[in-house]
Design a protein around this ligand. Structure first.
Ligand SMILES: [Zn+2]
Length: 254
């Protein structure tokens, strides 16, 4: 019989160990939190998968629909939730992060709203982890932020505003949507390079092509999913660009 380690967070009601973890590489302590939805039909199915040695996936924490928090991997260890992704030029995001899986069937399950109790628990957990590990608000990320071409979670219905109002994450009220997209597909123009530079400055992985190409569109959609969720279409409109600029300005002041 193996004895489960003690939970790192006092908020975890149990430690149900997953075998899927390794040593953090190059990080004494993680400096970001990555939020996910489980994207599976049932909570049990997701939990089983995250603890199945054959799946080779895991997360540090699991937040059930009723707000129950389980820990699966010690915070000191590298859990396997991020996959291939980039943020601020960091590529080993599993080593850099704490991963939190939030139970929700996701886009394939029609993206139902996250229950209030679940969001309250996720907020409390993020606050706890951030304060213990010194993680900055702008380092609380969506899986879709670090892997825009592969991932959409936790999705545009995830209430980032509620988190922010409770002191978790970086957010500003999105600028109102007005006017048409500013760039055509494949258009090449200096303002497109400027937009790419702003996205990269915030942390997204985007090439400075100066062209409104498919990868740029994908990153813009990821940005919208997190920061301007009323319309997630990958179009660079004034609202998207002004919201991004205001977020960057806010960082400059802090
Ligand atoms: Zn994910």
């Amino acid at each position: 019989m193996t004895i489960a380690p003690a939970a790192d967070s006092a908020l975890a009601s149990a430690f149900l160990p997953s075998p899927n973890h390794g040593e953090r590489r190059g990080f004494v302590r993680p400096d970001c939190i990555i939020l996910h939805y489980t994207g599976m039909a049932t909570s049990k199915g997701a939990l089983d998968l995250l603890r199945d040695p054959k799946s080779e996936v895991s997360s540090h924490y699991f937040v059930d629909g009723d707000g129950t928090i389980l820990q699966l991997v010690p915070e000191s260890r590298r859990a396997w939730h991020a996959g291939v992704g980039v943020w601020k030029n960091e590529r080993d995001l599993n080593s850099a992060s704490i991963g939190i899986e939030i139970v929700n069937p996701g886009h394939d399950g029609a993206l139902p709203p996250f229950p209030e109790a679940q969001i309250a628990a996720a907020i409390a957990l993020c606050r706890d982890i951030s304060s213990r590990l010194g993680i900055r608000p702008e380092r609380i990320l969506a899986h879709s932020d670090i892997a825009p071409a592969r991932k959409r979670d936790p999705g545009e219905r995830f209430p980032w505003e509620a988190l922010f109002r409770a002191g978790v994450g970086h957010w500003i009220p999105p600028v109102e949507i007005t006017g048409p997209p500013l760039f055509r597909e494949k258009e090449e123009a200096p303002p497109i390079r400027a937009l790419q530079a702003m996205l990269a400055l915030y942390g997204y992985s985007v090439e400075m092509t100066g062209v409104y190409d498919a990868p740029t569109r994908t990153v813009v959609a990821a940005f919208q999913r997190h920061f301007r969720p009323a319309r997630v279409d990958g179009e660079a409109d004034a609202s998207t660009i002004q919201t991004l600029r205001a977020l960057l300005d806010g960082l400059g002041r802090s």
